[in-house]
Design a protein around this ligand. Structure first.
Ligand SMILES: *Cc1c(COP(=O)(O)O)cnc(C)c1O
Length: 486
């Protein structure tokens, strides 16, 4: 007899958690920042010798985790680029954890992986017939997978298989080109891929944080003269700092003229294609050799879901194959697959850096099934409208100023005090930010725009509405007045 038989109490346990989450959402704690000293001691305990049993776990989650988590479920939250998973998506994810614990084998989850990637490509303006996808844990890994494909392809053009023989066999150094506003995971990808962070050429941006294409052309030409292999050019479809969209078509054309792979980092912004007003800014996506998007950003999927799309998935297989494995030897039936365990389904495990992986597509499928194409478009449109509304409020206010106009759903602004030095302005913004998150429910994040510290709300939270945006602007103005004695 087993001493700890597995329980089958899903209905009761999930409904307990569900009730506690509903209560948390409808009755915010009101405490802007629960202090660690109040909840830490109850959790920071020694491993129990005898387990407390499943019900005790539920009690702990309800008592200590849910009330002391991130405030992302509250409408005043606009920090970084994240929001909380919705109930149907959470439920579908829970179902996958139990009945689809891997994305492989010919199961319904394996199929939903494929279907959801097709839908995701479609809402992001990528041709699902041309661009095939694979999920990973998020933009960090999605960029490694895309740039790994670029590296493989670039050196294959020169007769070298770097996946098999390593960068030492490559002979010539390579470079990746990206704007100075590019997410630093691109630098990390270059490090992981053996190219080195210094292989990333940071191209300057214009006054709206978009890549300077003339500067890119100069750098590509100079590197060509120095016999450097142009591995990839990266364009941002929505930078993390301000939501800027690089001139995609011009960059893609230039990349291809120089024989480089063209990668679009749309971790945050590619979903904005759903809003027709954004489409002209994303013109040129058809040139992309790869693109990434993070469903855990604007689509509110649970964290841990990014997608890489490439125009030729066989390059991914050459770059990332794990080679045949003995324990998988007898899986694939020679023909006539009859039951789900006779085929691995699509070989995702050979197309990226993970073998075991959750069936992440389930959450994306659930999200897109619930919203539909129109629902995604409405969400993007409304979030962008909130960012535009904040910009308008800041412009109309005598003591607020906009540092970066919204392109997508980010507005960078600050309390403006004329005739101060830049460092005084930054110190004031910092002081305002700390008082804001300590004494009000509002949680935006901060960033630097052309060197200046800014308050940076990013509206991707479907609970946020106009009154919360107005409330944020008012709170920043009021705290600024208090701190400057106006
Ligand atoms: C968030 C982000 C990333 C990194 O993605 P993670 O999911 O956090 O790993 C990369 N690029 C851009 C543009 C991003 O916004």
């Amino acid at each position: 007899m087993r001493s700890h038989p597995a329980s089958a109490d899903y209905a009761r346990h999930l409904s307990l958690i569900g009730a506690a989450l509903d209560a948390r959402i409808t009755h915010p704690t009101g405490d802007p920042l629960p202090r660690r000293s109040t909840w830490g001691p109850a959790l920071d305990v020694a491993l129990p010798r005898r387990g407390l049993g499943p019900d005790a776990v539920l009690d702990e989650v309800v008592a200590h985790l849910i009330p002391n988590g991130m405030r992302a479920v509250d409408p005043e939250w606009s920090g970084w680029i994240l929001s909380a998973a919705e109930s149907s998506v959470l439920a579908a994810t829970a179902a996958a954890a139990v009945t689809g614990p891997q994305r492989y084998l010919l199961t319904a989850y394996n199929l939903v992986e494929e279907v959801s990637l097709r839908w995701l490509a479609q809402v992001c303006g990528l041709d699902p017939e041309r661009m095939k996808g694979i999920y990973s844990s998020g933009g960090s890994v999605a960029n490694i997978v895309a740039l790994g494909a670029a590296r493989q392809w670039s050196y294959e053009q020169r007769g070298v298989d770097v996946a098999a023989d390593g960068m030492a066999a490559a002979g010539r150094p390579g470079a990746i080109y990206a704007s100075s506003e590019t997410h630093h995971t691109v630098l990390r990808a270059a490090a992981v891929l053996g190219l080195g962070r210094s292989a990333v050429r940071e191209i300057p941006v214009d006054h709206r944080q978009r890549m300077d294409v003339a500067a890119l052309a100069e750098r590509l030409t100079a590197d060509r003269a120095a016999d450097v292999v142009p591995i990839a050019v990266v364009a941002n479809a929505g930078t993390t700092n301000t939501g800027a969209i690089d001139p995609i078509r011009a960059i893609g054309e230039l990349a291809h003229e120089h024989g480089a792979w063209f990668h679009v980092d749309g971790a945050y912004g590619l979903v904005a294609w759903a809003d027709e007003r954004v489409r002209p800014l994303l013109d040129g996506l058809d040139l992309a050799d790869s693109a990434i998007v993070d469903p855990h950003k604007w689509l509110s999927a649970p964290t841990g879901i990014g997608a890489t799309f490439v125009r030729d998935p066989t390059i991914l297989e050459r770059a990332f194959t794990q080679e045949p494995a003995a324990y998988l030897a007898a899986i694939d039936a020679p023909d006539d697959v009859q039951v789900s365990v006779e085929s691995m389904g699509i070989h995702y495990g050979d197309m990226g850096v993970e073998l075991s992986a959750p069936a992440r597509g389930t959450a994306v499928w659930a999200t897109l099934l619930a919203l539909g194409g129109e629902g995604v478009a409405a969400r993007v449109r409304e979030d962008r409208d909130l960012a535009a509304y904040l910009s308008r409020l800041a412009h109309e206010h005598p003591r607020l100023e906009v540092l970066a106009e919204p392109t997508l759903s980010i507005t960078c602004f600050r309390y403006a005090v004329p005739a101060t030095s830049p460092s005084d302005a930054d110190a004031l913004t910092e002081a305002i930010y700390h008082r804001l998150v300590r004494t009000t429910p509002y949680v935006p994040s901060t960033t630097r725009v052309a060197g200046a510290l800014a308050i940076r709300p990013c509206f991707t939270n479907p609970r946020t509405d106009v009154e919360h945006v107005a409330g944020l602007a008012d709170a920043v103005a009021r705290i600024g007045d208090e701190l400057t004695g106006r």
